[in-house]
Ligand binder design. Structure first.
Ligand SMILES: [Zn+2]
Length: 60
């Protein structure tokens, strides 16, 4: 049984063996650009927040 290739996450077309999971190098670049521009967030807690004051001096 031939497995159906996954759809391209960018445009939804059938992915190409050469560029999977994308269908074309164009979609590959689009995905890479999303990573670089921060559209995709790494799941998990935010790393190194310097804007968070320590929960001290709570004498109220
Ligand atoms: Zn595509």
């Amino acid at each position: 049984m031939a497995k159906q290739p996954p759809a391209c996450p960018i445009c939804g077309r059938r992915s190409s063996e050469a560029y999977r999971p994308f269908c074309t190098p164009r979609c590959q670049e689009v995905d890479l650009g999303r990573w670089l521009t921060g559209v995709y967030r790494v799941p998990g807690p935010p790393a190194e927040l310097d804007d968070d004051p320590p929960p001290s001096s709570d004498a109220a």
